[in-house]
Every structure is written in C-alpha cells, then in structure tokens.
Design a binder for this molecule. Structure first.
Ligand code: AMP
Ligand code: MG
Length: 187
C-alpha cells in the first residue's frame, strides 16, 4: 500500500479566532511506496487565502511563510485539484499528525465548493497511533521525534518539512499497523 503523508499550514492568529476563519496557505506531502518507504515523491505548494488575505504577524512568525509567498500563489480551488492529481489513481492511505489537516481540507473544500475525494478516508491519525504504540500521551510532532530519538529536520511549521519529519515517524509505525490489520482481517 502507498501512503501519502500530508501536512498543511493555515492562516492563524495569536488570540485564535474561531477555526472557521482558518484557511490552508501551504500543502506539503510525501508519498511512501510502502509502509517502510522509500519516499517516492514530494509535493509543496503555497495557497493564496481568500477570507483573510493578509497574514497576521503571528502566522508569519510561526510558519515563516511570508505575505509575498501567498500573494504570488494560486487559490485553493486551483492548487487542491493539482494535489489530488499528484497523488494519482493508485490506491493510497492518507496520513497526518492528528485530525487537523483532514478537517482543514474538509473546511476549505466546503468553502470553495470542491468535493473532498472519498479516497482521503479512512485517514490514519498518526498522532493517535503514536500514543497507542509508544504508550505515551498524545503529543506534538516535535515531542514525538524526541521520544523516538529522531532529529527534527528542516523548519518546523512548514508543510513539506513537517511532512518529511512525520514520514520518518510513520515509517516506524506503519509496518506495525499493517501487521495489526493483517492479524485482524487476514489482508
Ligand atoms: P503545524 O502543522 O503544527 O505546523 O500546524 C498547522 C497549522 O496550525 C499552522 O499553520 C497554524 O495555522 C496552526 N497552528 C499551529 N500551532 C499553532 C499555535 N501555537 N497557535 C495558533 N495556531 C497554530
Ligand atoms: Mg505543519
């Protein structure tokens, strides 16, 4: 089975407005050929937000994404179909750290009247699986890397760098998840 590890960055504010104001400004993803890799390809694109086109200083500080980068980007309705096309038609399982990324895709698809592909579910919540397999509390990606004794590579809170780091955590977990599925279903 192929695995697509995705991480999105979104508009945000220090004194968080409600979640419905957030919009994706970057999609980063890595596709693994199988549960143990290797990484076959990577996706990285900025997206121009429509609801709150000006990034807050907080958002730029958190993500390092600049106003110029999103201003020069295309809208979600153009970039998202390109992401779906990049994934391709071969079967895959979508994975991310927590439920946030899939929820944000759902919200932005609704906003832009796009269909969330049915293939995005069932989604693997690696944060939940990490807590279960490593017998620890739910934690952020940076903490999980420390627990797994893996270095945090690249810039945290950037889509592709986060996706690459999450992919390395995924490679520790996916073989075990596949073995569990096999034991349960014979597949
Ligand atoms: P992450 O994948 O952890 O980089 O987070 C994804 C998105 O969640 C970010 O682009 C922000 O929109 C939001 N986010 C993450 N951490 C925070 C935070 N400490 N405060 C407000 N929003 C955040
Ligand atoms: Mg991120």
């Amino acid at each position: 089975m192929r695995y697509v590890i995705v991480d999105v960055e979104a508009t945000c504010w220090e004194n968080s407005k409600d979640r419905s104001s957030m919009e994706i400004i970057e999609i980063g993803a890595v596709v693994l050929a199988s549960s143990q890799g290797p990484a076959l390809a990577e996706f990285s694109e900025f997206i121009k937000p429509v609801a709150e086109p000006r990034l807050s200083a907080f958002c730029t500080q958190l993500t390092s994404i600049t106003q110029e980068q999103v201003d020069a980007a295309e809208y979600f309705w153009t970039v998202f179909p390109r992401f779906v096309e990049w994934i391709g038609s071969e079967p895959f399982r979508l994975c991310s750290w927590g439920g946030y990324d899939l929820n944000q895709f759902r919200q932005d698809c609704q906003r832009h009247k796009l269909q969330l592909p049915a293939t995005f579910e069932p989604h693997i919540n690696l944060k939940k699986e990490f807590a279960r397999l490593f017998k620890v509390k739910l934690c952020g990606m940076a903490t999980a890397l420390k627990i797994a004794r893996l270095p945090l590579e690249g810039v945290h809170h950037r889509g592709l760098d986060d996706a690459r780091n999450i992919a390395r955590l995924a490679q520790l977990m996916l073989p075990r998840l596949e073995a569990e599925t096999h034991a349960r279903t014979g597949r």
